[in-house]
Write a protein that binds this ligand. Structure first.
Ligand code: GLU
Length: 319
């Protein structure tokens, strides 16, 4: 029997907000390994909408590190800062179908209005202050004296999502922040909208990313439904890499930045060896080439729990 080819399309979607560290690198490499093993097409897309957090030179540095590790891609999507027209078009569709409403709340207003029961795990739930408040965007603008933001009216939605790692999940929107911003009041498209529009434009149907974005799948599923995008998407949210204290690796921490490791003479195989060890592809963090890892990689051996960056692993890299 001839095995059916998967028509998978995935994307590597870095944000140029700082230097790549071992944790981000692991996600990109696993994404690439899965794609190359399964014959998915790989797109590269720079997510550079958050200009306040963009670091000069970071886009180029990220690309050069990914290439240094041996990754490649089949096509490049336009960077998000050049796609305003497409995002505005999606916003008008959402406005027309009344899936979004103008919002003039500041962060402070939201924090004050959100009473204690809404605050879970540090998530501040939008209390719905502007839902149904303005008949038109002009009215909202006149009241605030600036452009309103646009929020998706998620109401009491419960969204089932299937993740290849986490399994079946159901997200109740009021628990994960409630109505979410699709366009910011600085007239900047929000992350959720931009990702959904770009994934659809590129035909992306395999999404691999860190599990800090797991609940974003619910928001993106709602948006996709509202925009009439019907293609099925498979999600893989990878458990994160944590530091010695159990915190997420921060981009500002400089002993784990790949650029610095490269500059100090560490070979890509040494880095890949640590990543492969974290993924259960080998029993010790010994150097490994990307080709060798590609032959060995098995998504089933990837631990379901976060992995730790220990001082001995760092020492191994510094050797
Ligand atoms: N650009 C995002 C990041 O660097 C990834 C977004 C996504 O994969 O949906 O974290």
């Amino acid at each position: 029997m001839i095995e059916r080819m998967e028509h998978g399309i995935t994307r590597l979607a870095p944000s140029p907000t700082g230097a790549l560290h071992l944790g981000n690198a692991r996600t990109f490499v696993v994404n690439w390994l899965l794609a190359r093993q399964r014959g998915w097409r790989v797109l590269y897309r720079l997510e550079d909408l958050d200009t306040a957090r963009t670091k000069p030179g970071s886009a180029e540095a990220t690309e050069s590190i990914l290439r240094w590790l041996g990754l490649d891609w089949d096509d490049t999507q336009p960077r998000q800062s050049t796609r305003t027209e497409a995002y505005l078009e999606a916003l008008s569709a959402l406005r027309e179908s009344s899936h979004v409403y103008p919002c003039i709340c500041s962060r402070k207003d939201i924090a004050l209005a959100a009473s204690a029961p809404h605050v879970e795990d540090g998530v501040v739930c939008y209390p719905g202050t502007c839902r149904g408040r303005f008949a038109t965007a002009d009215e909202a603008q006149a009241q605030a004296g600036r452009l309103p933001a646009w929020r998706f009216d998620a109401g009491e939605s419960s969204v089932p999502c299937f993740d290849q790692f986490a399994g079946e999940q159901t997200f109740y929107l009021p628990r994960i922040g409630g109505d979410f911003v699709v366009y910011r009041n600085e007239n900047i498209p929000g992350y959720q909208l931009a990702v959904v529009v770009d994934d659809h434009a590129g035909g992306v149907n395999r999404i691999v990313r860190g599990d800090d974005l797991l609940d974003s799948t619910a928001r993106q599923t709602l948006l996709r439904g509202a925009l009439g995008y019907t293609e099925a998407v498979e999600y893989y949210h990878l458990p994160l890499v944590l530091d010695e204290e159990g915190n997420r690796l921060a981009k500002r921490r400089d002993d784990i930045r790949l650029e610095d490791l490269r500059a100090s003479g560490v070979a890509p195989e040494a880095v890949l060896g640590v990543l492969a060890y974290w993924c259960g592809s080998q029993d010790a963090p010994e150097p490994m080439s990307l080709t060798e890892w590609l032959a060995k990689f098995d998504i089933e051996t990837l631990p379901a729990d976060p992995v730790n960056l220990t001082p001995s692993l760092l020492a191994k890299l510094a050797r």
